[in-house]
Design a protein around this ligand. Structure first.
Ligand code: MV4
Length: 446
């Protein structure tokens, strides 16, 4: 096992990783920017090293600063959390070159899955259904019109090196294609450093459902079922749940088995998530694979009883998976609400000082947060204040718990998404499990 783990992140996920390390008896090192000197990850880690000014590019994304902190503190592993350096194949390579274990998959796996077109091809080869579409496209629009005609409208243009919605454009007709391509290309260039895009058939009423897999370095792999993530706005997830009301035990077993086999085919090792789009006729298609621990991992932990962060650490230390597929049991239902510091109507960030904060508790309630009363949310980082995860013996109990927990949350001084969550939880379609990626359109114009 590792001697000491450096956590290259901040906020609630840094605390979540500290929890796992403490329970495993592994000392931790926090890194922080000058904006975060009063943060809880600094307080709860065994050591803390300041790595730069508030701007992420000069601190949490500053590879030489992070590696130096690991070397000075004699850390032999780095957990990157999510965001920041978590999906940088280059960072994983630098760790390797410095003799530090990157707690995540290999640089090759990160690079493969980061290239959405190569990932699609690899997963198709490994037996997963993919959305009909093209590979990387270039050249004049006139050459692309016939290709687009072939796919059929509506179609969606996506960034080849993207993910998570940036650089995406829905195209309803040939007339819209030139403009959409131009916008998608320039967005892709500024967000991902490459203007390359590809086209896919757009599935208008669809569900976004992802499967969690765990794979070790000894060829063992399991899946931990799915998470339903259809309730998103501007491709930012707002509510996630497990299991999905759409997935029967048979379908879970079918897609999970395919996901596990695909992970093994590409020699994937660590935690990973395969995103699928499900249409309303029972068809499903692989979209992309995320090579990190995800924000919404707690809903899977609640229904399986497995600590995903501890498993990531064990796998990175080359230990064998503790579980076989047969030993995994799904029990109950879990719902996660992302409580962001933003206006619930406009979704504009609402930074400022939290004047009062009392997180909810009681049976079946988990709150992952790094916030406290008097804490100041600065505009430097993302707006996540807390994740509220509620467990119930069934979906209906999970919903009532989420409702009462939201009502029993005191969060003053900033605007938050709590009112929006309460509205969603009162919607008939939500209560009856009729979810789709269009769900939030009823209240928001995108
Ligand atoms: C799609 C899609 C429909 N058809 N691709 C959004 C995030 C990114 N990871 C992939 N996403 C989607 N890709 C095809 N071919 C629907 C989504 C999607 C979505 C689209 C519009 C509005 C909300 C959405 C929520 C989740 C997924």
């Amino acid at each position: 096992m590792f001697r000491k783990i450096l956590i290259a992140n901040r906020g609630e996920i840094a605390l979540r990783i500290i929890c796992a390390c403490k329970e495993m008896g592994i000392p931790t090192v926090a890194v922080y920017s000058t904006a975060d000197q009063h943060s809880l990850h600094v307080r709860f880690a065994d050591e803390a090293i300041c790595i730069g000014p508030p701007a992420s590019s000069e601190s949490y994304l500053n590879i030489p600063a992070v590696i130096s902190a690991a070397e000075i503190s004699n850390s032999d592993a780095i957990h990157p959390g999510y965001g920041f350096l978590a999906e940088s194949a280059y960072f994983a390579e630098v760790c390797e070159a410095c003799g530090i274990t990157f707690i995540g998959p290999s640089p090759e796996s990160i690079r493969l899955m980061g290239d959405k077109e190569r990932a699609r091809a690899a997963m198709k080869e490994a037996g997963l259904p993919i959305v009909p579409g093209t590979s990387r496209i270039s050249g004049p629009v006139s050459d692309l019109l016939p290709v687009a005609e072939d796919i059929g409208y509506p179609l969606i243009v996506k960034a080849a090196n993207g993910g998570g919605g940036k650089g995406m454009r829905i195209v309803n007709s040939a007339a819209e294609l030139p403009g959409a391509l131009e916008i998608a290309r320039s967005e892709a260039l500024s967000a991902f450093g490459s203007p390359d895009v590809y086209m896919e058939k757009f599935l208008p009423v669809a569900r976004h459902i992802e499967f969690q897999v765990l794979a070790d370095h000894h060829g063992n792999a399991i899946h931990l079922g799915e998470r339903e993530c259809s309730i998103q706005r501007r491709y930012q997830k707002l509510i996630e749940e497990a299991p999905s009301t759409y997935v029967s035990p048979e379908l879970r077993n079918e897609v999970g088995t395919l996901a596990v086999r695909a992970a093994q085919t590409v020699n994937y090792a660590n935690a990973g998530t395969m995103e699928f789009i499900f249409d309303d006729r029972g068809h499903y298609y692989f979209m992309e694979m995320n090579t990190r621990i995800q924000v919404e991992h707690p809903v899977t932990e609640m229904i399986t009883g497995i600590d995903l962060v501890k498993e990531q650490i064990r796998i990175a230390a080359r230990e064998r998976l503790l579980y076989t597929q047969e030993s995994i049991q799904f029990r109950g239902h879990a719902i996660e609400c992302r409580i962001n510091a933003e206006c619930p109507d406009t979704f504009l960030p609402s930074p400022g000082k939290i004047s009062a904060f009392h997180p909810p508790s009681g049976p079946g309630v988990r709150v992952d947060t790094a916030a406290y009363s008097e804490y100041v949310i600065t505009p430097n980082y993302d707006s996540l204040v807390a994740k509220l995860i509620c467990f119930g013996r069934d979906r209906s109990e999970a919903i009532s718990r989420t409702n009462r927990a939201l009502e029993m949350t005191v969060l003053e001084g900033i605007k938050s998404t709590i009112p929006l969550h309460l509205r969603v939880l009162a919607e008939r379609d939500f209560l009856e499990g009729r979810l789709s990626t269009r769900f939030l359109d009823r209240w928001t114009r995108r």
